[in-house]
Structures are given as C-alpha cells and as structure tokens.
Design a protein around this ligand. Structure first.
Ligand code: DGT
Ligand code: CA
Ligand code: CA
Ligand code: ZN
Length: 579
C-alpha cells in the first residue's frame, strides 16, 4: 500500500506539536511538505529508498525534512517527533477534531489543566475549569462542549471523500480477479451519502470461496475482521469493508437489496406486496398463486433477480437511480412516470468557486487556470476571499487588492487556456450585508457571498438579504456546516430557495467532502422551488477540482437535472446569468 498519507500524517502531527509548543513559523513548513507528499504522484517509499536527495524532488521538501521522511519510512516515526510526543503526550488528532480546538488550544489546555484526550477535555469543560484559563472564557468553554458532543456523535462514520477511494480500490481489485463476475459498490457509498458507516461491495461469482480467499489476502487489507462462506469483512485505511458474494443469477436482487436505503427497500417491498409480488435479496417472486407466502424466501414463480433493472421492471417501474433511494417520494414518481433525468458528471463545464495564492490558495491564477483546462473545464471563476467577518490572519483581500486582481485577470485573459471570470468570495455579515463595496461588486463578473461567521441559530433572513443584493450571483456553502465539526446555521430552505429563484441568485452545492453544503434533501427542496444550483469545489489547489463528482452526486441525491445547474451552461450562458 502507498504510504504517502501515513508519512504526511506524521509530519502534520509534528507540525501540530510544534504549534502547540508555541513555536513560530516552522510548523507551516512541515504542513506544506506534508501536503505535497500526500498529493504527490511519486511513491514516497520508492524515493526514500533512494535517499534524502530523491525525497527533496518533492515540492516544498528541503534537506532537513527529507531526512526525517527517510527515517519515518524506515522506522515508522522519527526522532524529533518522538521527542515532541514525550514532551506533550496528547491525543492530538482526537482533540483537534473538536470545532474551535486547534493545536495552540491543545497546548494551552495541556499546560494549564493537563488535558490529554477528549475525556479530559469534556471533564474540564463540564467542571467549568476552562473558563479560568487565561485567554479562554465561558463562551469558549460552551463552544468546546458543543463541539465535543458533535465530534462524538459523528465518531465511527467516515467522510464520503475518504470512503470512496477505498471502495473504488476494492472494486478495482475484484474486477481483476478471474473468478469474479460483476462487481459493484452497494450501501450508502453507492447512494453517495455524505458520511459512510461501512463500505459495502457486492460480487457475483460461481466460485465464492475463491473470491473470499482473494479478499482476505488483499494487499490493502490491514486486518481481517471476519470471513465466512459468502461474506467477509476487512479493515483498510481504518475503514470497514464488507464483501458479499452471490451467485450471478441473484446479483441484481442482491445489489438492489444491499444498496438500500432500508427505508426505500421497505417501501418497495410494500409496493410489491400490494401487487402480489414478493421482493427480497434473492429476486422478485410472483406469489399470486401461493397460499403461504411466508413459507420461505424463494416461494412462488421467480420473475426477476439477475439484473437490478429487471427487478424494477418486474414491478412495472423504471430504474430508480441509487442516489434517489432515500424514500423521498421516488417510488411514487417512478410509478407516475415522473422521474427526473438526473445530471451526470460529464455535464459540468466549469467551476465558479475557487481560491488562488492571492488569498488562502497555494497556486497562481495561471496555474489554477491551466489545471482547470487539463481537468476538462471550459471556464472558472476566481473567487478569492474578501476581508471581513470570519476571515482571520490577513487571509482576505481588501477592495484595493481585489481591484488589482481584477486588472490582472483582465490582462491575462488572452493567454489563459480557459475563460476566467473575475470574482470574489465575499462574507455575509450578521445583518446580511456584504463585506465589499458596492461599486467593486458591480464591476466583478461574479460575486459568491458566503457565511463565514456567526454560524449558529437561524440565518434565513440573513441569507435572503444576501440573495437580494443586486450584485450577488451565488450563495456559497449556504449553511456553513462542516461535517463532523459543526452543524452550521439553520435555514428555512423553501424560503431561501424561493428568494433565490426570484432574484436569479444561484445556491451552491459546495462539493468539498468536508462540507457538501447544500446537501441532498435541501437541493431537492431548492430545485422544487425553481432555484438554480451551482456545483462548485471551493478548490484551493488543482487536485481539489476532482471534488466536483461529490457535488454532482449530491445534486443527484436532490433530484437535480442538468438544467437546474448553472455551470452546465457554456461560458456565455453563465455570463448571461451573472448579468
Ligand atoms: P451505512 O453503512 O450506515 O452508511 O449505511 P448503509 O445503507 O450502507 O447500511 P448497511 O451497511 O448497514 O447495509 C447495507 C444495505 O443493506 C442497506 O442500505 C440496506 C440493506 N439492509 C441492511 N439491513 C437491512 C434491514 O434490516 N432491512 C432492509 N430492508 N434492508 C437492510
Ligand atoms: Ca454500508
Ligand atoms: Ca455493511
Ligand atoms: Zn467560504
């Protein structure tokens, strides 16, 4: 298994510990190196075997870091990291998973209260000890408590963006096994839910034992949890992968069953019963002639099961896409012949929310434009952060800097390989006002306005005010939620969507796997109200353009068609929408 992520994690832990100790600047160097190693196409193990000079070929890795990397590849750790761990024996990843708790806070609370893990942190907050630490207060203490609760609730579920690559690696593995026939992901991963409990894979085969045996020997399996005659589970990259192997003739029915959701399946089963059919993981059975329908799983005449399409067809229904199987009216819509034709990955033609080195991205306008062309986009909108509420550490651009950037984008226009719209990601303040002056907003091609501060309570009025601003084109990550970290603001989506439809403002589906904001059910409401949706990645680096598929499948979970989505239009169509 490629070890780039593991080595990057170690460097990041080291950076966190340095920051927790109050060391200035140095931690940034380590973070940048960690990120480059994580994203590098080069295998870190191969480079390390050649020696430190070879490791330095990776961007942002200098001499001293390269030596630590070689040591880490050889021994699983490096000396300075062990020194820091001994100095401050804290569960860094666990603690910083709490919203609002960063490495500096961990350091402060360790020194003041000996907080080492989540339990310590919770006790200290409950006992009211944190408010007395210098630099903290009662409000911070309450936020930490709320953050802990949220972090605990989400424990055990993985982000879609972490689970999908593992599931796809498993799929690639099975597809290469000669004994395996059809292979598909099932469960929540096939429905593209934002978080995944476990990864389900289904394989059709006449030689089930061979498939199970191969799976338990999979090079990416770190541990075999259980293995039987027709199913097995392993752990890979910290995630549970469940395999089921079925005979080819029952592949379709098993796929339908194990894709879920449970609620969809229950409703479909009742729909079948009403029509004298029985449906289960073994097929669809006509039971109109059968007296005791509970006599077994395979009673009556089997009319479908080899393919999933056949399962729905046997019930006189068109195929229902996995993303729609959440019991949100999809079976009634199918029966009425009113299923939407869902947007597909290939329909997206550009990205309207991304960052460059002008704010907190790490790449230039040219680099982001070239990467976009390579990705297959026709246009992008550079929407760097404006200063304002929620922007810390000088990240955002002031009006003069935005003017300067606008001029540069105009100047570069002829040489860039894609159309580049000049935009901004402005902040929506507590009253719904926008943090950039109106003249400038009017001069920009596209204004993305997003909530970045005061992310609690109901914010419907605030977001509606931003929607009504004549220059705002897109509302970025409308709720401000961060999955596993903070719930974001409450929104009356119907009200927001109606305003968006009335004022020709698009609502973003932020495709970052940390956000997925808006999410499926909200997208469905938005589209029903006639709002236009924009599927953007909020990319801070070229690889993050790849997040777009999470956004597209989230749109599909919201029943969106290509027409509902702004950036399925060509550049001229998008420009028209902006005006
Ligand atoms: P997860 O893993 O929590 O993210 O969610 P799922 O949907 O992947 O659930 P999982 O892995 O427990 O089971 C996979 C699928 O198997 C599920 O979507 C539907 C089906 N299934 C599991 N248990 C039941 C059940 O008790 N009744 C029905 N009708 N289907 C079930
Ligand atoms: Ca699952
Ligand atoms: Ca499962
Ligand atoms: Zn933002």
């Amino acid at each position: 298994m490629r070890r780039n992520a593991e080595i990057a994690d170690l460097l990041e832990e080291y950076a966190d510990l340095l920051e927790a100790q109050g060391v200035d600047y140095k931690h940034r160097t380590y973070r940048r190196a960690a990120e480059s190693i994580r994203d590098s196409p080069e295998d870190i193990e191969v480079l390390a075997a050649e020696g430190p000079e070879a490791v330095q070929r990776i961007q942002d890795v200098g001499e001293s870091i390269s030596k630590k990397v070689v040591e880490a590849v050889e021994t699983g750790t490096f000396e300075q990291l062990e020194d820091e761990r001994a100095e401050m024996p804290v569960e860094m990843a666990e603690l910083t998973s709490v919203e609002g708790v960063g490495p500096k806070t961990v350091g402060d609370l360790y020194r003041a209260l000996d907080v080492k893990n989540l339990d310590d942190l919770e006790n200290a907050a409950r006992e009211g000890e944190i408010r007395d630490v210098s630099g903290f207060g009662e409000k911070t203490e309450q936020n930490i408590l709320a953050g802990i609760e949220f972090a605990r609730d989400s424990q055990g579920r993985e982000l879609l963006g972490d689970a999908r690559p593992v599931g796809e690696a498993a799929l690639d593995f099975f597809e290469a096994i000669p004994e395996a026939g059809r292979c598909e992901l099932a469960g929540s991963l096939r429905r593209w839910k934002p978080t995944i409990g476990d990864i389900d894979v289904l394989v059709g085969s006449d030689d089930r034992q061979a498939v199970i045996d191969a799976f338990t020997d999979w090079s990416e399996a770190d541990e075999v949890i259980e293995a039987g005659t027709d199913k097995a589970s392993v752990r890979s990259d910290g995630q549970r992968v469940d395999l089921r192997v079925v005979v080819p003739d029952e592949f379709g029915s098993a796929l339908q069953y194990f894709t879920g959701s449970k609620e969809h399946n229950i409703r479909l089963r009742n729909y079948a019963i009403d029509r004298d059919f029985k449906i289960n993981e073994y097929g669809v059975f006509d039971v109109s002639e059968v007296e005791d329908q509970d006599a077994g799983q395979r009673v009556g005449e089997r009319v479908a099961g080899r393919t999933e399409e056949g399962m729905y067809e046997a019930l006189d229904l068109p195929f229902i896409e996995p993303e729609m199987r959440e019991d949100r009216g999809e079976i009634d819509a199918a029966a009425a012949g009113e299923l939407p034709e869902l947007i597909e990955e290939g329909d997206v033609r550009g990205d309207l929310h991304l960052h460059t080195e002008w704010s907190d991205g790490e790449y230039s306008i040219e680099e982001m434009a070239e990467a976009a062309a390579e990705f297959g986009h026709e246009y992008i909108c550079v929407s760097d952060h404006a200063t304002g509420p929620g922007m810390v550490g000088g990240v955002g651009l002031d009006d003069a800097e935005l003017r300067e950037q606008l001029a540069e984008i105009r100047e570069l226009a002829d040489v860039l390989p894609v159309t580049v719209f000049a935009g901004v990601e402005a902040n929506i303040d507590v009253d719904g006002a926008i943090s950039v002056c109106d003249d400038l907003l009017a001069d920009l091609d596209c204004v993305v306005a997003s909530p970045h501060s005061a992310l609690e309570g109901d914010a419907t009025d605030r977001i509606v005010a931003a929607i009504e601003h004549p220059s705002v084109d897109v509302i970025g990550h409308p709720s401000g939620r961060l999955i596993h970290q903070r719930p974001g603001v409450e929104l009356d989506i119907d009200v927001v969507a109606r305003a968006a439809a009335d004022h020709d403002t698009a609502l973003e589906i932020n495709s970052s796997p940390y956000r997925l904001d808006l999410w499926g059910s909200a997208v469905k409401q938005a589209v029903e109200q006639g709002a236009t949706v924009a599927i953007d990645t909020d990319a801070h680096s070229p690889p993050e353009y790849g997040y777009v598929r999470y956004g597209v499948h989230t749109a599909r979970r919201g029943w969106a068609q290509a027409d509902d989505v702004l950036n399925t239009r060509d550049a001229e169509g998008v420009r028209e929408f902006f005006h």
